[in-house]
Design a protein around this ligand. Structure first.
Ligand code: HEM
Length: 146
């Protein structure tokens, strides 16, 4: 009996993973990504970190749109490897993430309604923590000690 219930559950389709908010669209993600990397390219600390690696910005922007589409819309469009890519960036310091997140927060609130902006920021903060752990082996509370 128990086994047939499990078999039935396995055979039935899984509920689809939901977008983080019904008003988030690919167009909103594109506006956010373009706005944010416009700020990054104007930032005196972050711009040189990107300029060393990113020659052609349009493919990077397309990658980042696919990334945020996968994170927020569950589209599965992103097929990258953020941790090894960031580990290879030898000049990035933990405190650079604070600048990155501040700019991202400004862009999110400039482009999206506040409730949606906060959803983007929450995800970005969590992903930043896991990237930092991968890059520097830091725990969340160590953010300000470096
Ligand atoms: C100080 C902070 C950061 C710096 C300097 C930085 C820099 C970069 C650079 C230079 C690349 C291009 C790497 C390459 O193509 O080889 C990149 C890729 C990427 N970044 Fe960041 N990044 C930072 C933080 C973040 C955060 C917080 C997120 C996510 C919320 C993020 C998500 C990504 C993703 C998804 C890619 C593409 C990875 C891939 O193609 O596999 N980055 N980043």
């Amino acid at each position: 009996m128990a086994r047939s219930r499990i078999a039935a559950r396995l055979a039935s389709p899984q509920p689809p993973r939901q977008p983080a908010h019904p008003d988030i669209s690919e167009q909103m993600i594109e506006r956010l990504v373009r706005h944010f990397y416009g700020r990054v390219r104007a930032d005196p600390v972050l711009a040189p970190l990107f300029d060393r690696v990113v020659d052609d910005w349009e493919p990077h922007l397309q990658t980042m749109m696919a990334f945020w589409s996968s994170v927020m819309l569950m589209s599965g469009r992103f097929k990258g490897q953020p941790v090894p890519k960031h580990k290879a960036l030898s000049r990035v310091a933990p405190r650079d993430f604070e600048i990155w997140l501040n700019l991202f927060r400004l862009s999110a609130h400039a482009v999206c309604p506040d409730d949606i902006a906060e959803l983007f920021v929450e995800r970005a903060e969590r992903i930043a923590e896991s990237l930092k752990r991968g890059m520097f082996g830091l725990a969340a509370g160590d953010f300000n000690q470096t």
